[in-house]
Structure formats: structure tokens, C-alpha cells
Design a protein around this ligand. Sequence first.
Ligand code: HAM
Length: 438
Amino acid sequence: MFESLPGFRDFPPETCAQRNHLFRVFRTVARAYNFSEYDAPVLEPLDLYVEKSGEEIVGQLFHFEDKGNRRVALRPELTPTLARMVASQANSLPKPIKWFNIGEHFRYERPQKGRGRSFFQFNADLLGETNPLADAELISLLVAIFHTLGLGPNDFKIRLSDRISWVHFLSDLGITDEQRPSVLDAIDKSERRKPEQTIESLEEVVPQKGEILFNQISEIKKIDSLDGIVDKLNSIGEEESKRAQDWLQLINFLKAHGAYECVKIDLSIVRGLAYYTGFVYEAFETTGEGRALAGGGRYDHLIKKLSGNIDMPAAGFAIGDMTLSDCLKSKGLLPNYVMSPDLYIISSVENTEFGISLISQCRKAGFSVSYSLKNAAFGKQFKEAGKSGARYGLILGEDEREKSEIKIKDFKSGKEKTVSQKSLIEELENLDEAGGID
Ligand code: HAM
């Protein structure tokens, strides 16, 4: 017997229906925000990720050499692909670009709760706009999706932070441009590590000063209010105060969207991916349980890095399906879809072919129809109809055939009605509206 590979999931119909429920909500809400759906290849040149996504993701790549000796990788995320696509048509695309995608991604991670080697993401990105209105639009979309799925402000929080503020705070602490990426990486990992490990990483960047820096960073991470951030930025200098204004604007826009009650300022978020340049955020269950439900932020330099000459600001986020499904399931918010036909046709053996022509008419009219594929006896077909969960049985015996009629049985009320075959579709549509035979 073969099993699926570690970290890969099968989706039997019930699970697939639940996944499709998420996808339906993603599509509906993204449309409401006027985002357009796009798609892209799952296999990309390996170099698209090296240096752009950051070490962590590169270490998790599924990659190989194809038969044409190209070094290729299954996409671990969509952002570099999107940047590549947009860069190639940058001049012809009307701005701002508001695109979304639902697709499968692959990372060679240790499989654990909420983490697999194959998972789906909903990605939404807004390109061509630097105004914090764009960041607010994205965060509001993220909040609206969670709300539509039934999650309220007590269920989840978007932890909001800012890379630019961190750049200012770290420069103020004497950290150079060269040292900064390693320090940010240590801050990102510090949530999952013991303090000694973080101090050790910081010590490698600023010898003899790891512990002092750790304490200074810990103090900054304690700032959890807008006033606190604004005061801190204003206290550093004029350039830094400009960022305080961006914070004030963003929070006002989030309030206007009605999204701010789901947002929590949290400077411990810096995001592991290398390309972020501005406001960044991650969504978590309020209990703090589980890995992130979603993550994103602004990445204003990635398109230039990939294209060499095109300057295009960008921001976006991705929601993962695994943590989100776990969260919804634990709160009873994942609907259990019953996959039953609308109609089950029960016919005598002599009527099989005529029955199929009626089935075909019903299907064309949009009903889901099932029937026995075994030429089974009447009684057995009734049993199968009951098991199928069909709402109505359509009974075609000799009598009905002779009179060009058909009997409709309402399996819910147990009542029956005989109608002419000609008017069957109309009768079924009327029943649909009336809610059954009484
Ligand atoms: P990310 O934080 O790496 O961001 O992933 C976003 C979400 O995808 C995570 O919060 C998580 O729900 C899910 N996810 C990531 N890795 C796994 C895994 N191994 N198993 C299950 N779920 C996982 C990005 O991918 C960015 N490209 C998002 C973005 C879009 N930034 C700008 N635009």
C-alpha cells in the first residue's frame, strides 16, 4: 500500500468541500474589494527565490534540475512570481494593480500541526501605490475575510508592526545598515527561541554587546500603543517623525474601515521574509495558540530587484489554509457539507432507458440526479434512494409510463404527488419554491 508523502494531504470530498468553502469566501470578499483573480506556474526558476525570499524559505525549497538542466523549484510562496509577472508588463498595466490568487505552495518544513509541505494560500497584493490607504485596504480585506468566515475580534488579532520604524530604532541604537538584516532576523526568531539563543545571535553581529542590545530591543518590543510609537519616533528626530505621521494615518484609515478593533500594535513582528520594507503584520488566534493564520506587508523594492529598472511600490498578504481550517474547526465554524443529490430516480427495469432520458432533462434543468447503476429491484432502489440523502424520489413504474406520468415522493414529509411527465421540471421548480409536498 502506498501512502501520501509526509506533509502532503489527500482531500476526500467532505474535506475538499470544506476547502472550497474557504475558497468561495476568499473569492467573494476579494471581489467586494475589487481585486481581480490571476494565476501563475507552480514551477519556477530556482534563482527567483534565492536572495529574494530570505534564507529560511530557501532552506525549505523543493528543488531539482529538470531535463533541460534548468535549476527549478516548486513555488514556496507567490510574491516573487507576482513581482516577476508585474515587472514584465509594468508599463501596460493600469495602476493600482489589485490582484488575488488561490493556489498551492510547497515548503520542505517539518510537518506539524498547522504546517505541511504542501498547503494553499490566498494571496492579495496591491501594487503601484505607496499611500498608507493601500496598506489599510489590504488589512481591511484580511479582516473582512475572517469576519465572513465567522471569526470576530475576540477570535483573532492582526499584530501590526513596521520595518521602517525598526530601521529608525536600530539606527538610533548604533546598528549599521550591514548589521541590520541579521539583527532583524534575530528579532523575528526571538519569539520562538530562548533569550540566550537570541543574545548569542546578537553577539555575533555586535561582539561584546549582545546582551545590552537584547535588553534595548526588549524595551522597544514592549511599546504596544500608537502613542508609544509616535512618541518614540518623534523623540529620535525629524526624519523619524515623518514615519509617526504614516502610523497615525494608517490607524485612522483602519478605524474608518471598521477593522481597527481586530488590530493590535505589536513590534515583535518583523517578518522572516527578506523583502519587506514597511508596515508588516501577522494574524493569530487571540489565544495565541497555533502558528500564524496569515502574514504580509509592504515590499517596495522587490520589483526593482527582480527587473533591474522598474520601480513599483507593492504590498500584500497571504492567508494559509491549514491554520485557518484548524481554527475554524475548533470553533465549529467549518460547515459539514452533505453531498446528496436533489433527485433519485427509481424505475422498473423495462423503463431504464426512458428513465435516463428523464434524468437527462432534469440535469439540464440544473438538478443533481442519481439512480441505481445495477438494474436493481424496486425495493432495493428505494433503499438506495434513502441512503443517498436525495430530497425527492422520482418513481417511474409501468402505470406511470402508460399514462405519461411520474410520481414524485418527498422523502422529508413522506407525501407523494403524481404529475405529467411534460410538466415534471415545472413541478419540481414549484416544489423547490414551496419547500416540499405537504
Ligand atoms: P508567509 O508568512 O511565509 O508569507 O506565509 C503566509 C501564511 O501561509 C502563513 O501565515 C501560514 O498561514 C501559511 N503557511 C506558510 N508556510 C506554511 C506551511 N509550511 N504549512 C502551512 N501553512 C503555511 C508569505 O508567504 C508571503 N509571500 C505573503 C505575502 C504576500 N507578502 C506579500 N504578499
